[in-house]
Design a protein. Sequence first.
Length: 267
Amino acid sequence: MRRIKETTGSPPFRELVGIVLHSMTWRALAWVDIRSKYRRTKLGPWWLTLSNGLMALGIGLVFGGFFGNDMRTYLPFFIIGMTVWGFISSALNEAAVVLVQSGELIKATRLPLAVYVMRSVQRNFLIFLHNILIVPVIWVFVPWPLEWSMLLAVVGMGLIFIFAGAASLAIAIVCVRYRDIPPLIGMAVQFLFFVTPIIWMPEQMRTGKLVVTLNPLGYMMSVARDPLLGRPVAPEAWAIAAAAALLSVAVATAFYLRYRNRVVYWV
């Protein structure tokens, strides 16, 4: 925390780089959030894994039967997709209100604004790490071939984390200035859920392919989920996912450099 505080008097870009290089503060705060929420419980954060696993299993069985899919292929596809999407949607939805909710701290401390946003993103990432452990359990009942290419999913999740962190920072700055935007963010996330291959598989598409093609989150899902399932990932999916992550970083950096000193007057 000391190193991050020292950057508050430095130029904005150096401050932003310092937050990335010295991430212990927001990672520690996120872990404290998780521990405090489940203090004095027997299972602790594992309640998240249990509840999300049961929900995904129930919904997967219903939608799998509705679409007439083979459960041995659909159930892992759906559960992994829901787990990854849970991280993305939670990060973006919480970003819309994180600076507003942290208003008193922003006025009372000199911590960089990005710390509050990354604390929220990291907290949701820790929840994701708990939830993704449901995958080995599913594999026991509906096994699929395991290959070394599964390790590429780590790279895919890295791209998603970069995208979610940068997009959350940009969203947080916009939403603290315009308080009518958070409900729109929620509606946009709900819309993206239905046009992203989560409850349906890409090979089932017959119409509306243009909407799916223009949805960058579809490519994000592909690079994080498909390697785990042994499904091939097209090179253009990697390229678009990386481009979306870099673009979100560029936009977030531009917003932060321009508006960081104004947020304290908006909260």
